[in-house]
Design a protein around this ligand. Structure first.
Ligand code: F3S
Length: 296
């Protein structure tokens, strides 16, 4: 459970509430634990792309010898371990790393693995697989690596343009918007197709986190959404909170919170993306408490 630990405050003190489910999800936590275990063995550990969309946590791991790379060519032959991050990787990339002598630790989130498996099974069963997601997202690219004929649609407009025939199976990126998924599913279901299967593979942790953040945003005076600016799910949380009409600030770290942002605000809400560790949430809580404390 995510908490905002603070000293006992008088009932008149401004309140800080953290939205339920904020912070690192189970898939990212598992990947971080596997990374820490490999680093503890004293090996060089490499990751293709950021393990976690949080610059502060990436910097902390880098201090222990964790290396983010953009190509296997950056690694000397036979050197170290490749950690497959929670987004997964295409099988040919993993095979190439093995061929180069790297040890593989697979931290693909089990929920992402499920989408990969479903896409492969559906394709093998003769379905045209449609994936609702962002085609540039690494999770989506990895799913396409497993099931290459998968067609990606990013929004309802793209779904309307799709030419489909025969049997179709719709799946989704785990962090896709549930509302947009429903729209896309409705668009496909109304088509005259031989068979349509709609497999909602959106991660429940994402849905619950978004719902809790939006609910909290509806009853506070100001919201702070904590997480990497390159984190799609954090940006989405900020969007949802802002849409509730409350002043919303997306911050990566505690020192971005200012006294001006808190001025006159008694109820403060916090939410954090799936890549935001508890220590950063706590640092933001501490910063808000410090700024709220009247000068002595
Ligand atoms: Fe997995 Fe859901 Fe996190 S898919 S990586 S538990 S956001």
């Amino acid at each position: 459970m995510t908490t905002c630990n603070n000293e006992q405050s008088p009932s008149t003190a401004p309140s800080i509430e953290v939205a339920a489910g904020s912070g690192v999800c189970f898939g990212v936590r598992r990947a971080l634990e596997l990374a820490e275990m490999a680093l503890a063995e004293g090996q060089a550990v490499y990751c293709l792309g950021a393990l976690i969309h949080n610059p502060q946590e990436v910097a902390r791991l880098a201090g222990k010898g964790f290396r983010v790379i953009s190509s296997l060519d950056e690694v000397a032959a036979g050197d170290g371990t490749l950690l497959v991050r929670s987004h997964g990787l295409a099988p040919d990339v993993v095979a190439e790393a093995r061929r180069r002598g790297m040890r593989i630790i697979d931290a693909t989130c089990p929920l992402v693995r499920r989408v990969q498996t479903l896409a492969v099974e559906m394709q093998q069963a003769g379905y045209h697989v449609v994936l609702a997601g962002d085609e540039a997202h690494p999770e989506v690219r990895a799913i396409q690596g497993h099931a290459p004929a998968t067609v990606v649609v990013g929004d309802i407009e793209a779904a309307r343009r799709l030419e489909l025939a025969g049997r179709v199976a719709l799946v989704s990126q785990t962090t896709f918007s549930p509302e947009e998924f429903r729209e896309i599913a409705a668009e496909i279901v109304r088509r005259d197709l031989a068979e349509i299967r709609v497999l909602n593979t959106i991660c429940a942790a994402t849905v619950d986190r978004q719902r809790a953040a939006a609910e909290l945003a509806g009853r506070v005076d100001v919201m702070f959404v904590i997480g990497g600016r390159n984190s799609a799910n954090t940006n989405r949380l900020a969007e949802l909170c802002g849409a509730r009409g409350v002043e919303t600030y997306h911050v990566e770290q505690a020192d971005e919170v200012t006294a001006d942002q808190l001025s006159g605000r008694r109820r403060v809400g916090l939410a954090a993306g799936a890549s935001t560790p508890q220590w950063i949430i706590q640092a933001v809580c501490d910063r808000i408490r410090a700024l709220q404390s009247p000068p002595r």
